[in-house]
Ligand binder design. Structure first.
Ligand code: FAD
Length: 360
């Protein structure tokens, strides 16, 4: 860390969908970027976590990417091509967005640790030190992959990967792969890997496939349920996981290929495979955990009061405000962990934090 110090009103940490939305609304309110507020991001370029998604994830295989406020995704040149890689199209869109609204993002600047003294936040980033009166944290989940504990995991002699480590199916050729998880990522990786090698699919509960478009009512219900949890200080559940599994042509093809024969979750891991309580066992070379992510909040641990349940009690219009310290907003957290939720959260947080700081 150099001795470069910035003193500002608000620091936005993270420039994915949530951070850019917050920055847009702060700027639109008349605050000057670089002086009144600063946006930091630790990634090498624009795009938030989208720049790290696996190459075969295309615009036709993502759920849906909602527009950032003020600019349509379809205005970015390559967005209309369904076969284009999401890890190219979204960063391209975010890049154009940052340019259009002149949202300068300091990058790569990783915020390692935030402390509070004399009513101000102090943070060390990669090459700068900052002090601010308020924080909008928008660090997403990609950097905090979750793998549940199963007995024997440490003794497994094969390879264990998480969704975020996946690049291409080719590396699995000739191996037997156990795909773990019942979400969209699990299905997509199962599809790709089962085309080149043998697989076993395990999920905790039987998967439910859905014909037709995603159910908006179910989506609203899921968001309300997660919002209720965080308002009560409980850890959030994933919002995107409840949109259901599309019964797509790819899934129908997997059914025909016989790779959708799902088994219940195993109960332990052996050095050479996985095992169930009834004594049955499968030999495996790789375990691919598609078991989700948790919020990446490690840098805030000294200033975030965590409840005994492991959650953070949230308040505010869209539950972005930390109840015990309204100068901290978490966007893209809990009910706002989707592209549309992140948009709305950015707007709510920008408005409420300005109010709290007496800027309106
Ligand atoms: P991110 O895009 O993760 O942005 C966070 C940013 O913060 C990153 O640039 C990161 O580098 C930076 N950062 C993290 N920690 C620090 C730090 N300490 N200091 C500085 N910078 C930091 N949602 C949908 O709505 N539709 C979809 O189709 C969809 N598909 C998905 C597919 C996958 C495989 C996954 C994992 C998620 C998907 N989601 C989808 C959920 C998606 O992650 C969110 O909707 C949304 O993109 C998250 O935006 P965000 O701004 O909260 O986080």
């Amino acid at each position: 860390i150099s001795n470069i110090r910035f003193k500002t009103k608000i620091v936005v940490i993270g420039a994915g969908q949530a951070g850019l939305s917050a920055a847009y609304h702060l700027k639109r309110s008349g605050m000057k970027i670089g002086r009144d507020f600063i946006v930091l991001d630790d990634a090498p370029g624009p795009g938030g976590a989208w720049q790290f998604r696996w190459p075969s994830l295309t615009l036709s295989t993502v759920n849906k990417i909602h527009d950032l406020p003020g600019m349509s995704f379809s205005d970015s040149l390559i967005a209309n091509e369904p076969t284009v890689q999401a890890n190219l199209a979204v960063p391209h869109y975010f890049d154009l967005y940052e340019q259009k609204f002149d949202l300068q993002v300091f990058r790569p600047q990783r915020v390692e640790r935030v402390t509070m003294s004399h009513d101000r936040f102090h943070m060390d980033a990669t090459s700068v030190r900052l002090s601010a009166a308020g924080i909008i944290n928008a660090t997403g989940t990609w950097q905090n992959p979750y793998i549940p504990y199963y007995p024997g995991a440490a003794l497994f002699e094969g390879e264990q990967l998480h969704t975020r480590d996946f690049k291409s199916a080719d590396r699995f050729i000739g191996k037997h792969v156990v795909i773990i998880g019942g979400g969209i990522s699990a299905i997509q990786l199962l599809d790709e890997i089962s085309r080149v090698t043998s697989t076993t699919w395990v999920t905790r509960t039987p998967p439910v496939f859905q014909n037709g478009p995603f159910d908006d009512a179910a989506g609203h219900h899921a968001v309300a349920m997660v919002e209720n949890r965080v308002r009560n200080g409980l850890p959030p559940l994933s919002v995107v996981s409840v949109t259901g599994l599309p019964y797509s042509p790819e899934v129908q093809d997997m059914e025909r290929r016989g790779v959708l024969n799902r088994l219940p979750m195993f109960t332990s891991i052996t050095p050479t495979g996985v095992k169930w309580d009834d004594g049955s066992e499968i030999q495996a070379d790789c375990l691919v955990w598609n078991t989700g992510f948790k919020s990446a909040l490690q840098h805030l641990q000294e200033i975030l009061p965590v409840e005994s349940t492991g959650g953070i009690r949230m308040a505010g219009r869209l539950a972005t405000m930390v109840e015990s310290n309204p100068r901290i907003h978490l966007v893209g957290y809990g009910p706002s962990a989707s592209t549309i939720g992140a948009n709305r959260a950015g707007a709510a947080a920008a408005m409420e934090l300005r109010k709290t700081l007496g800027l309106i």
